[in-house]
Design a protein around this ligand. Structure first.
Ligand code: MD3
Ligand code: FE
Length: 226
C-alpha cells in the first residue's frame, strides 16, 4: 500500500472568491486526482445506498435530480411525508453509509463550526436535469454553513437573497469547485438552471454530481438521531 496522500490540496484556504454576503467559492479546490478519489468513494457508497428519485410533497411529481446521502442523517422527500431528514435510505431501509473522511476533513478545514456535519446529500444531475429556485430550510439549525462540492460537468448556478423576489446572480460551478454558504446566505434562494454537457471527462456518462455537507440539529445532539 502506498502512503495515503491528502485528499485535496488547499491552495488558498483564506482566499476564496467572495461571490456575495456569506457566499464563498474556491474554484478547483479538489485537483483532478482528488476528484477521482472522491468519485471512487461515492461509487462504493452508492453500491449499498443507490440513487433514488425524490418526489415532491403533495403532487408526487418526480424531481429530475436523483439523490442519495451519507452520514447519520439524509434528506429525503416523497408525496406522502414531504421534505425531511431521516436516518435510513427510503428504498433499502438501511442506515446511510458513513460520511467519507475527506469530506469530514473538508468541513473541519473550512466551516469553523465546532461540530461535524450530519448529512451529506448527493445530487446526481443527468445533463438535462435542473433544480428550481428554493431555500434549504428543513434543518432545525441554521447557524452552521452548508458546504458544496461539484464534480463532473459544469452547471449554471443561481443564488439570490432571502426572499424569492430578490435579485439573483448566476455563475458557473465546475468540477472540483467548493462553495460555502454561511451567515445571511444560508437561507438564500438558489438553484441549478442548467448543466453544460461535455464540459468534464470525470463522469463516464456525463452529468454532474453535487455533494452538500449539512448540520441538521444543534451541536451535541448527534446521538439522538441514530
Ligand atoms: C445556497 N443543491 O441540494 S449546492 C440542494 O448544485 C442544492 O446540487 C445545489 O441546492 C446543487 O439543496 C446547490 C450549493 C448550495 C447548497 C445550499 C445552499 C447553495 C446554497 C443554501 C443556501 C444558499
Ligand atoms: Fe439547496
Amino acid at each position: 500500500m502506498s502512503p495515503k496522500l491528502p485528499a485535496f490540496e488547499l491552495k488558498h484556504p483564506n482566499d476564496p472568491e467572495i461571490i456575495g454576503d456569506g457566499v464563498s467559492l474556491w474554484p478547483g479546490f479538489f485537483n483532478l486526482a482528488a476528484q477521482h478519489d472522491l468519485l471512487k468513494t461515492i461509487r462504493s457508497a452508492t453500491a449499498t445506498a443507490p440513487l433514488f428519485t425524490p418526489k415532491m410533497p403533495r403532487t408526487g411529481k418526480e424531481m429530475s435530480v436523483r439523490m442519495t446521502n451519507f452520514g447519520p442523517l439524509g434528506w429525503v422527500t416523497d408525496q406522502k411525508n414531504g421534505y425531511r431528514y431521516q436516518p435510513n435510505h427510503p428504498v433499502t431501509g438501511q442506515p446511510w453509509p458513513d460520511l467519507p473522511r475527506c469530506l469530514l476533513d473538508l468541513w473541519q478545514t473550512l466551516s469553523a463550526y465546532p461540530h461535524p456535519p450530519q448529512a451529506c446529500l448527493v445530487n446526481y444531475y443527468a445533463d438535462l436535469a435542473r433544480m428550481g429556485l428554493h431555500q434549504d430550510r428543513d434543518e432545525s439549525v441554521f447557524d452552521a454553513p452548508v458546504i458544496s462540492v461539484s464534480l463532473g460537468n459544469d452547471c449554471l448556478f443561481r443564488v439570490g437573497g432571502t426572499s424569492r423576489g430578490s435579485k439573483t446572480q448566476s455563475f458557473r460551478l465546475r468540477s472540483g469547485d467548493v462553495m460555502m454558504l454561511s451567515g445571511e446566505s444560508r437561507l438564500a434562494f438558489h438553484g441549478v438552471d442548467k448543466i453544460y454537457p461535455n464540459t468534464s471527462d470525470l463522469l463516464n456518462n456525463g452529468g454532474r454530481i453535487n455533494l452538500t455537507l449539512r448540520r441538521v440539529t444543534a451541536g451535541g445532539q448527534d446521538q439522538q438521531n441514530r
